[in-house]
Design a binder for this molecule. Structure first.
Ligand code: KG4
Ligand code: ZN
Length: 344
């Protein structure tokens, strides 16, 4: 089964061609082509993603990437998978329209995929996974921060989510306050030095509340007030920026780990599954590992390799394969900017 997947939910234009094969009852995914065309440089000027600009870039990039991927894969396609949501609506429609035209032209079946589920299923690429359910999934990206109980593939319940900014958005917005550029996550993590303590006393919003929800806008505001209160000399000094970067990263990590481990204990999870751009953060992964050991939890930690944490179509191909197994006939796919993982 050869799957061609298209992912354009945000600012990366992605196409991947994957072969799914059953081997001794297990499904293996062989990557035939995986292209991510990043628009980061374009949006960096504005400090964030501009949907209409992103849509125009997707329209320009998709035919070029399609040609390249088909050339690389050298295989005939069986089905087409496309991200239907959640994401930026104009961007989603661009991918959907392109995928539907292609499916018509090639006379192939098309399936819709959920971007959050795809981030979770990125953990099934190049990895042997068994005995992992029930799992607690933490999806942390530029647009989402959700804790999800996963009882199996396709069986999800959202336990909690952010009430305002997403974790990635907090990295991006605080980096912007500090004048560090976009996207903020990779830049802040590079500058941060966990061996020092910033001691800027940033808040950990909602950390001890008895729910699985998050809030990051208060953290962003605290960074803004601190930054504004400093003299020009201090706020532009390397030392201050490094302290800030270290503390911002640690505040976000503290909340994510505390809430996720609480959910893992409450639901007796066999594994914790991370996904989304923020899961590419090395310090987050390492601190998750040590917290699991320290709290003596019998829980596996699954984290995709960094390039599979950020947006890509490989994960959409895996999600597409499992959608196809359900046997639903998708006639007309519609973009849904707010698609929920429990309403697939
Ligand atoms: O999953 P993703 O590529 O796109 C969305 O679906 O939103 O996530 C992008 C987000 C951005 O906010 C970016 O700053 C963040 O992921 N990110 C990181 C790192 N790499 C990307 N955040 C923290 N540490 C990183 N290493
Ligand atoms: Zn994403």
């Amino acid at each position: 089964m050869i799957i061609l997947a298209i992912e354009t939910s945000c600012d990366d234009t992605c196409i991947s061609i994957v072969e799914a094969e059953k081997d001794k009852g297990k499904t293996k995914f062989k990557v035939l082509s995986n292209i991510v065309s990043s628009q980061v440089k374009l949006h960096a000027k504005y400090g964030g993603v501009y949907p209409t600009l992103a849509k125009r870039e997707h329209q320009k990039n998709l035919p070029i990437i399609l040609k390249r991927s088909l050339k690389e894969a050298k295989q005939k396609i069986d089905i087409i998978a496309v991200t239907a949501g959640p994401g930026l609506e104009p961007c989603l429609w661009t991918g959907i329209n392109f995928a539907q035209d292609l499916a018509k032209k090639l006379r192939k079946l098309i399936v819709a995929t959920n971007h959050i589920e795809a981030h979770i299923l990125a953990n099934f690429i190049n990895k042997e996974v068994k005995n992992i359910f029930p799992a607690i999934c933490l999806v942390v990206s530029g647009g989402h921060t959700q804790l999800i109980l996963m009882k199996g593939i396709g069986k999800y319940k959202i336990l909690g989510e952010t009430r305002d900014d997403a974790a990635g958005e907090c990295f991006d917005k605080t980096a912007r306050i500090l004048g560090l550029g976009y996207p903020g996550g990779p830049i802040i993590s590079k500058i941060a030095d966990p061996s020092i303590k910033g001691n800027l006393k940033l808040p950990r919003p909602m950390i001890f509340q008895k729910n699985y929800d998050f809030s990051f806008s208060g953290l962003k505001t605290a960074v803004l007030y601190d930054f504004k209160s400093r003299s020009d000399k201090v706020k532009h000094s390397k030392k201050y920026i490094q302290k800030m970067a270290t503390d911002i990263q640690q505040a976000i990590i503290d909340v994510l780990i505390y809430k996720t481990l609480k959910a893992a204990k409450d639901f007796k999870a066999k594994s914790i599954i991370l996904g989304g751009g923020v899961a590419a953060n090395k310090e987050l992964k390492e601190q998750f590992q040590s917290a699991i050991v320290k709290q003596e939890l019998k829980t596996n930690l699954l984290v995709p390799e960094p390039r599979l944490c950020t947006d890509n179509a490989l994960m959409a191909a895996v999600a597409g394969y499992f959608q196809w197994l359900k046997g639903k006939k998708w006639k007309k796919i519609e973009a849904n900017a707010n698609l929920r993982i429990d309403e697939n």
